[in-house]
Design a protein around this ligand. Structure first.
Ligand SMILES: Nc1ncnc2c1ncn2[C@@H]1O[C@H](COP(=O)(O)OP(=O)(O)O)[C@@H](O)[C@H]1O
Ligand SMILES: [Mg+2]
Length: 235
């Protein structure tokens, strides 16, 4: 049996229903992202974008169907192995960044190299890799030792991006990462994510409700095109 190694993300016949709900939130017969492909996924608030990302992160499990990341079926792994797989292969940038507020900017960036041997090895010298990413992201060295909580929103976002990118994960997932930024900063941030993922030949799934951001991606997908569940979008 051949593995879908040509696809970084592959979903087949997936359904997902939140506990105590009477309808499926997601019903996706097929969705895939190729290695090195940068995809913009959009949909209104409440349409299930973050739910899909929770499934891709292995945080929630589909009731039916199959999710493969880099050829690995997620459902074939134990909860512990899924956590390991995510730490090794998936970089996440969240809307609220999820930085550890008391840790310095640099130590936040280094976290994946502590949780994942693979990310540490691929980073080479993690300290140098963190410095390179933070420099690329235009974060002044004077800020690297500051606790994340003392950084501005824009600075925290760049730290979150560096943390997702360190150790070159094969898949990068960003959930509304620019929603707290003004337009010029949004553009700069997207350019940076695109450049870094291209350099690593990583697949990028960039999720937003703001279709104005779509222009620079390889492909644009509306969640409604792939999701057949009759979800009611929030008003
Ligand atoms: N933890 C949860 N428990 C139950 N329902 C949830 C939970 N999280 C999200 N939902 C529901 O799933 C639907 C999709 O939400 P979400 O994936 O957050 O949408 P989006 O990210 O597109 O705004 C919504 O109807 C929401 O109420
Ligand atoms: Mg969301």
């Amino acid at each position: 049996m051949t593995h879908s190694v040509d696809q970084a993300i592959r979903i087949k016949e997936l359904t997902y229903r939140w506990p105590r709900q009477c309808a499926d939130c997601l019903a996706i017969s097929h969705f895939a992202v190729a290695h090195g492909e940068r995809v913009f996924l959009h949909g209104p608030s409440g349409s299930g974008k973050s739910t899909l990302l929770a499934l891709l992160g292995g945080v929630a499990l589909p009731q039916t169907g199959r999710i493969e990341l880099l050829g690995q079926p997620l459902t074939a792994l134990s909860a512990h192995a899924r956590d390991r797989f995510r730490a090794d292969h998936v970089g996440f940038v969240f809307q609220q960044f999820n930085l550890l507020p008391w840790l310095s900017a640099r130590d936040n960036v280094l976290l994946p190299c502590i949780f994942s041997t693979r990310r540490r090895e691929r980073a080479g010298d993690p300290q140098q890799a963190a410095a390179r990413l933070l420099t690329h992201l235009d974060l002044a060295p004077a800020l690297w030792q500051k606790p994340a909580a003392e950084l501005s929103v824009g600075q925290q976002q760049r730290v979150a991006a560096a943390r997702a990118l360190i150790g070159q994960p094969g898949i990068l997932i960003a959930d509304e990462p620019t929603s707290a930024l003004d337009a010029p900063r949004q553009q700069a941030f997207i350019d940076l994510l695109l450049a870094e993922t291209a350099a690593a030949n990583a697949a990028l799934l960039f999720v937003s409700h703001d279709v104005r951001l779509a222009a620079h991606f390889d492909r644009t997908v509306a969640l409604a095109e792939v999701n057949c569940a009759a979800t009611e979008a929030a008003t």
